[in-house]
Design a protein around this ligand. Structure first.
Ligand SMILES: Nc1ncnc2c1ncn2[C@@H]1O[C@H](COP(=O)(O)OP(=O)(O)OP(=O)(O)O)[C@@H](O)[C@H]1O
Length: 595
């Protein structure tokens, strides 16, 4: 299935529309998720159908009052049917209320479950897969596309059921009153169907464009907000404003096309409806003149038709809902069908109490879709408690080693072992419970500093958080903040410096307290002073743990027990011309415990 957007090598984004799916395909795929809601949907639909039956009976009362009281002037014939009529209105009002509430509740619960399910699936996908996507487009899929599926699977189905049965009630009423006239009126129904089909086809095409443009717009907003500082530094506000405006214009024009089609649909159907009702009144007048019908019956007949056409119209509108839902569903299915790069093997084992021996055995790896080998026959053993610096040219594959160890993907050949166990035989959850990763820039969530440090381990206590912050040399700066550990930091670590953010990351890793630690260029984004300040906490963090320290910084590499070079990459010398790299360090063996 094609993706919604594809980036050309030149960075120009082409919009690729979602494929067309039939209503049946959408239902087959998503109906199982509505399983728990089915009885509530059925009950809601039954109540709404009951309300429609109440309305049909009320119309009958109208005919009784017209013929019994109105045309004869007999007031005593008015009260009983009038009271019955009021009773019916109260009853169907109650049924409408309960029916709408139940179906809406079922719809919302379906929405919640579908969104949870899609998000849970997204969490199984590799970070590389998600990085290739535009985040804004993923956001659109998890929000508005999920809603469009709900509109079909729940509300749509209930509407279809109630509309069909409502049509049956009012059609039966009309047939019972005067079947010849009723058949003449029904002759118009195929006309409604033709109009609805025509509109739904056109709306379907525009809706697919609208969804795609919406995804693009959300992506641009997301990217612009994330990169606001760069925009301001390079004075590119106008460029970004113009870009957002352009995407906004595309979305606006497709939305207006949708509105135009929707707005044209209603009057077209209304015109059709008026012509039908007038033809029936004309025919009915003739029937009255022939004494085959009373005035009350003609009024009731016209009322039945008045109630009959709206559900016919809403069945037509439903085809428009299907068109929109088809687009949203296709985009969700594309995401749901994306297979995770790795899954737990059947019978995968739990890793418990790891000692922390890491062994890469003749690993070869290339990224999916890339012809280029990143690692060829690469081997490395890191013994429990050992701190090994991994260096190499840019692009040599150092970070790739970290990804393979954390099992974001599996090597094409070779084996990654933890404590002698092939990581493919372990559950991903238990494997990752044994390894912490400290990247170039610590990711922070919108929340307090305490929450961000405690993120390392579910259930971490405040005293553990404070102890970790002390060991990470973060306690002093945290307590100097007016709110201390309760200071809220934004998603981008707003309010704390790069070095402080890394120390929060170190504290988080200390809280996690895993036997294996991967430090992926932890000082790369820091100035020399901050980098030096972080070195000691890093040493404390690494103490007693198996640590792989990926770095370009010779001073930081000096804290390692030994250094390993990853061959390849773009730079002929792993550390450039920096004389601080000790030639002998670079020649240390890659496999085997150092003497
Ligand atoms: N998701 C990806 N898809 C395709 N190729 C990738 C991906 N990530 C990295 N690469 C490529 O794999 C190679 C190794 O990347 P990696 O990030 O492991 O290098 P590195 O040694 O850590 O580099 P640096 O020191 O610059 O961080 C590079 O050529 C890179 O372009």
């Amino acid at each position: 299935m094609p993706t919604q957007q594809q980036d050309s090598p030149h960075g120009v984004t082409a919009t690729v529309l979602a494929p067309v799916l039939s209503a049946r395909a959408v239902l087959r795929r998503f109906w199982p998720i509505a399983r728990r809601e089915r009885r509530w949907l059925a009950l809601g639909a039954l109540l709404l159908i009951g309300a429609a039956a109440g309305d049909a009976a009320a119309i009958w009362m109208f005919s009784v009052i017209t013929d019994g009281a109105l045309t004869t002037g007999n007031l005593s014939a008015f009260w009983v049917p009038a009271l019955e009529w009021v009773g019916l209105v109260v009853l169907s009002g109650g049924l409408v209320f309960a029916g709408h509430y139940l179906t809406a509740r079922a719809g919302e619960r379906f929405l919640l479950r579908l969104r949870d399910r899609v998000f849970a699936h997204v969490q199984t996908l590799s970070p590389d897969f998600l990085e290739r996507r535009k985040h804004g487009d993923l956001v659109a899929r998890l929000t508005s596309d999920v809603e469009s599926v709900e509109a079909l699977v729940n509300s749509g189905l209930v509407e279809a059921a109630t509309s069909v049965l409502t049509v049956v009630f009012f059609a039966t009423g009309a047939l019972l009153l005067r079947w010849e006239l009723a058949l003449a009126a029904f002759a118009a129904v195929p006309l409604f169907a033709v109009v609805a089909k025509n509109f739904s086809r056109r709306i379907g095409t525009v809706a697919r464009k609208e969804r795609a443009y919406h995804g693009e717009l959300v992506s641009v907003v997301e990217e612009d907000l994330a990169n606001l500082a760069v925009t301001q530094v390079y004075n590119r506000q106008d460029t970004e404003k113009e870009r957002l405006h352009r995407h906004g214009l595309s979305w606006m024009s497709t939305k207006l096309s949708l509105v135009k089609l929707g707005a044209l649909y209603s009057p077209s159907v209304h015109l059709l409806e008026t012509v039908c009702v007038l033809s029936v009144i004309g025919l009915g007048t003739w029937e009255i003149a022939q004494h085959r019908m009373t005035l009350g019956q003609l009024f009731a007949f016209a009322a039945f038709l008045g109630y009959l056409y709206p559900p016919v119209q809403s069945l037509g509108t439903l085809t428009l809902t299907v068109a929109a839902a088809s687009t949203g569903s296709a985009r969700l299915i594309e995401l749901l069908d994306a297979r995770p790069a790795v899954t737990d093997a059947p019978g995968a084992r739990q890793l418990r109490g790891a000692r922390g021996e890491v062994r890469l055995e003749r690993i070869s790896y290339r990224y999916p879709g890339s012809p280029q080998w990143v690692l060829r026959d690469f081997s490395l053993t890191v013994y429990p408690g050992e701190l090994v610096a991994v260096i190499g040219a840019s692009g040599a594959g150092k970070s790739t080693i970290a990804k393979l160890l954390l099992r974001f993907d599996d090597p094409v050949s070779g084996t990654v072992r933890l404590d002698g166990l092939d990581v493919r035989d372990l559950t991903q959850h238990s494997l990752r419970s044994g390894i912490s990763l400290l990247p170039q820039e610590t990711a922070v969530f919108h929340g307090t500093i305490a929450d961000n440090i405690g993120y390392g381990r579910d259930g971490a206590t405040m005293s553990e958080i404070v102890a970790a912050a002390e060991a990470a040399d973060a306690h002093a700066f945290i307590t100097a903040l007016p709110q201390g550990y309760d200071t809220v930091i934004g998603r981008n670590g707003h309010g704390v410096s790069g070095g402080q953010r890394q120390r929060i990351g170190i504290a988080r890793a200390l809280v996690a307290d895993t036997p294996v630690l991967v430090l992926d260029e932890p000082t790369a984004n820091l100035d020399e002073l901050s980098a030096r300040r972080v070195a000691e906490p890093l040493r404390r963090l690494a103490g007693g743990r198996t640590t792989i320290l990926i770095t370009h910084d010779p001073a930081l590499a000096a804290i390692a027990d030994r250094t390993v070079v990853v061959p390849g990459g773009q730079d002929p010398h792993p550390a450039g011309d920096d004389p601080r790299w000790h030639a002998e360090t670079l020649r240390l063996p890659q496999v085997g415990r150092p003497g």
